[in-house]
Design a protein around this ligand. Sequence first.
Ligand code: SF4
Length: 146
Amino acid sequence: MGAMRERFWERPLGELTQAEWEALCDGCGRCCLHKLEDEDTGEIAETNVACRLLDCSTARCRDYPNRKTYVPDCLQLTRSLVDKLPWLPETCAYRRRAEGRRLPRWHYLLTGSREDVHHEGAGIAGRVISETAAGPLEHHIVEWPE
Ligand code: SF4
């Protein structure tokens, strides 16, 4: 990871370096879960089914640098995409900074612990099932707390 400026997370998203952008993710894992979109209404239902590359116990990608090789449609979050993804959780660091809000108090950049996101209930570690074992997504619709 490249050098990062002091308290870079307080800068506008557009000013962040690539390393700072990557470091902003709190690791909640919510964007690695399948969603279902209603064709008629556009409404999005969330599930507890994770991408096959996600380690369900830690909510970490098992091969982040090479993920596109295995999952070509894996989302690459960019500054312009942040505003177009209504399902990004309220707690998502990118969403919050795009809306001019601070990071949540449990964000690892503030606390030093990457486990806090899960202890505080915003992360999905230990609460999801891999797509390799889940069966039909329709059986796994959930509402994640915000
Ligand atoms: S929802 Fe936001 S903070 Fe959570 S894993 Fe995805 S990009 Fe990171």
